[in-house]
Ligand binder design. Sequence first.
Ligand SMILES: NC(=O)c1ccc[n+]([C@@H]2O[C@H](COP(=O)([O-])OP(=O)(O)OC[C@H]3O[C@@H](n4cnc5c(N)ncnc54)[C@H](O)[C@@H]3O)[C@@H](O)[C@H]2O)c1
Ligand SMILES: *[C@@H]1O[C@H](CO)[C@@H](O)[C@H](O)[C@H]1NC(C)=O
Length: 437
Amino acid sequence: MKHIDSAPSTPGKFKMEKSPYNNRLRLQSSIAKLTFWSFVFLGLIFVFFFRSSSSPSSSSSPVSSDLSRRSLRTSSYDGPNFEKRVRASSKIRSRNGISVLVTGAAGFVGTHVSAALKRRGDGVLGLDSFNNYYDPSLKKARQALLENSGVYIVEGDINDVALLRKLFDIVPFTHVMHLAAQAGVRYAMENPSSYVHSNIAGLVNLLEVCKSANPQPAIVWASSSSVYGLNTKVPFSERDRTDQPASLYAATKKAGEEIAHTYNHIYGLSLTGLRFFTVYGPWGRPDMAYFFFTKDILKGKSIPIFEAANHGTVARDFTYIDDIVKGCLGALDTAEKSTGSGGKKKGPAQLRVYNLGNTSPVPVSDLVSILERLLKVKAKRMIMKLPRNGDVQFTHANISLAQRELGYKPTTDLQTGLKKFVRWYLSYYVDGKKSSQ
Ligand SMILES: NC(=O)c1ccc[n+]([C@@H]2O[C@H](COP(=O)([O-])OP(=O)(O)OC[C@H]3O[C@@H](n4cnc5c(N)ncnc54)[C@H](O)[C@@H]3O)[C@@H](O)[C@H]2O)c1
Ligand SMILES: *[C@@H]1O[C@H](CO)[C@@H](O)[C@H](O)[C@H]1NC(C)=O
């Protein structure tokens, strides 16, 4: 208090005891004190707001801490409002419905799966770090879309064990749909640790929390067709070898499959891995070829079309998002319960892996021709040699296992699917005047 007493804002304080103007001075002094404490109080409020609006997770990925994101945050993890939102979003509204924690819910596949689950009356809670691997405003727009249908996305990292535990404390999720990951093949040369962070450390963290949860949820998660790596035997079947990854991305997905085996074996977690084959569609990922080809064709920019050795065609088994969503729901609906409890295995549990593809590979040059027709703009093609930095020459799924066991049956060909993508792209970026960067 010393420093206040001598502050210029409280004149006369020294003489107060012996002053004939005792009362007046006392009044002045209490006004000064009141002013001071008001400032302290306002200061505390300020500090509180500042702290609660910054990221509560110190372990969250460094790429995800831009300021625009922070200012959009409305609640902290501890408020009663937070729990209320989590509960409301996870509430099951149909008979025999399930409650699903969807990681990567602001991502391309996560948004579509979350919306589909919500539509049929399941409880859905999203979790996403909103990292800036690609334009986070697209993730925010997907979040707004989900918010409208009653799905809340918690902003956080799958490496945040305390947060994950808290979510399981609030809701006894029956299922986890794990789609959060560092995707992309070429970006691994720029930022390899982001793949380790999300696809390996993050997966282990998530499985640790799942194995301790009571009841343990069943887990369906996204692996990738890239695990087939340098294989040349087509179509790719689940039993084919997956020990020759051509990228760090593929290697982390393969590691995920082995980690899944371990948690199934030791703790009785029910685990289903889905090997997606080049998923495309509305609200898709800007880092994928069909997406930035569209952008660049419209801009009149030339687009690189890769060619393998001896003019070999590069082809992909493009799979439309709605078909992938059906495969994901099929996997959730056929997943058996985990068998462990209290971190101990009680009996054998289900362990599965499925291809989710379209079974008809299309050369990338045909993809470009379809886009030219849909956009009514001629593309400037630039034929280039396929660099050896992760991309494989072709992918082709054998889906008979998923067909038999999940009832998976893709129905959308590339022409039809791209038409829907282009319609969305034009309305979002051109009519909606969103910047495509
Ligand atoms: N789209 C495809 O063609 C394809 C093909 C094969 C496999 N996959 C896999 O499918 C899943 C979904 O892919 P997508 O295309 O929707 O990708 P996406 O990048 O759009 O979605 C992933 C989401 O996860 C979030 N995320 C990343 N790391 C996180 C972390 N540590 N904690 C919390 N959130 C995190 C991201 O912010 C993003 O919103 C991924 O596992 C991906 O590897 C996708
Ligand atoms: C597809 O996979 C199944 C196993 O699910 C296998 O029996 C079948 O031979 C495979 N087909 C081809 C053409 O490789």
